[in-house]
Design a protein around this ligand. Structure first.
Ligand code: ATP
Length: 254
């Protein structure tokens, strides 16, 4: 994992993700009002903001599940405005998304849940190669033995691990995490945070992480962006922001 200082020393790099002046409204409700962000290789950037401030909307715009009204989004060298369907499918392989909650398909076994993203891959691989990827992803989250279980047989923490395995299976370069520890007890949350960091190390992925869990933000981030009133209001390391005297920033650390 690259620290902010290391990146500063290395000088300018091309960001994996770059958002410029993003705006997004739903009807009269202007949610995002000029948001900028850059995510560099090896970084874990945490976005914090009040409930309903637009954090999930931002992540969805990055993989075009939602379309920004204005502004520029570049992801892994693609300008999303000009992207064709094939490149968008490929981009959704390279950018993994761990949705809020675990969102496993209840009527499918763990194996079938993990097969799902493989079917979406622009180029299908053979059955043997798919089986290998499923086993590898499950082993990465320490749940190789759960392959034939149904979601109802899994604890909340196990479901989250399986969802993470499903995100990992296509070996993304970047992972977008939408509240990876929400609804979990503190011990299970710590395990998931550790797992995310282990995965980062093993697969060398960069991550954008939305969380309300300040402990998660402290441990996992090398940069934090605070979303206030639709803009990137403040940005820095957790410690820099923790020491900020700005009341709008301080409100998140109380
Ligand atoms: N598809 C949609 N249609 C209409 N409004 C939407 C849609 N998606 C999001 N919104 C609205 O945009 C606002 C921001 O939603 P978003 O889910 O991004 O918040 P959030 O910061 O992730 O909140 P939380 O921390 O509670 O998950 C909310 O008011 C929400 O109702």
């Amino acid at each position: 994992m690259q620290t902010v200082e290391e990146r500063r020393k290395r000088g300018p790099q091309t960001p994996l993700i770059r958002l410029r002046d993003i705006h997004k409204a739903f009807g009269d409700h202007q949610v995002i009002r000029g948001f900028d962000l850059e995510l560099y290789e090896g970084e874990n950037v945490v976005i914090i903001g009040k409930s309903g401030s637009g954090k999930s909307v931002l992540l969805k715009c990055i993989v075009r599940l939602l379309q920004a009204d204005k502004g520029q989004i570049e992801v892994l060298g693609h300008n999303l405005e000009a992207i064709d369907q094939y490149s968008l499918d490929q981009l959704r392989v390279d950018v993994g998304f761990l949705f809020q909650g675990s969102a496993l398909y209840d009527s499918m076994t763990v194996r079938e849940n993990l097969e799902f993203p493989l079917r979406r891959h622009p180029e299908r691989m053979g059955e043997e190669a798919e089986e290998k990827l499923i086993r590898e992803a499950l082993d990465s989250v320490g749940l190789g033995s759960a392959i034939d279980l149904m979601p109802e047989e899994l604890s909340g923490g196990m479901k989250r691990r399986i969802a993470l395995a499903r995100t990992l299976i296509l070996k993304p370069k970047v992972i977008l995490y939408d509240e990876p520890t929400s609804g979990l007890d503190p011990i299970t949350s710590k395990e998931i945070i550790q797992l995310i960091m282990d995965i980062q190390e093993k697969y060398n992925t960069a991550a954008l992480i939305i969380t309300h869990d300040m402990d998660c933000a402290r441990v996992i981030s090398n940069r934090v962006v605070i979303l206030v009133e639709g803009t990137n209001y403040a940005e820095g390391t957790y410690e820099e922001l923790y020491r900020s005297e700005d009341p709008k920033v301080q409100a998140f650390f109380k």
